[in-house]
Design a binder for this molecule. Structure first.
Ligand SMILES: [Zn+2]
Ligand SMILES: [Zn+2]
Length: 133
């Protein structure tokens, strides 16, 4: 069985995911843009994998947008996105909080009709390995 490890930015919260992910969606909806402060959400989904908090479970809080299925969990100290189990029977894991390699490619991009205009040509924008010189 696959074991995935992850943590928040400040390191207070860490966790293990035991099992396999079913799907991996990049979501361009407006809720995900607000939620992440960036262009899109990137979440792995599983109906069978088990989430085990390894440290800091008391520092994890959740928010569900009323009247929607949009829910997020995050560290109370640093605000980093963390795995969420608010939707019953479904484990949602933000791809960026994992410390272990993700072995699957995204299943699909969804809500692409809401895609932020500045991301459309992102591959053609100048790239630096680190900070610009
Ligand atoms: Zn944190
Ligand atoms: Zn979304």
């Amino acid at each position: 069985m696959n074991n995935h490890l992850g943590s928040c930015l400040c390191g207070t919260v860490s966790f293990a995911i035991q099992g396999e992910f079913d799907s991996f969606y990049v979501c361009h909806c407006h809720h995900c843009q607000k939620d992440t402060g960036s262009a899109h959400g990137a979440n792995l989904f599983s109906q069978s994998a088990k989430l085990v908090w390894l440290s800091g479970p008391d520092k994890v809080t959740s928010f569900t947008l009323p009247d929607t299925r949009h829910s997020k969990s995050f560290c109370k100290l640093c605000g980093s996105a963390l795995p969420n189990t608010q939707i019953s029977g479904l484990l949602v894991v933000p791809a960026g909080c994992l410390d272990t390699e993700i072995s699957m490619l995204p299943t699909a991009q969804i809500f692409s009709s809401s895609k932020a205009s500045w991301t459309v040509e992102l591959e053609s924008v100048a790239q630096f390995d680190g900070l610009p010189k």
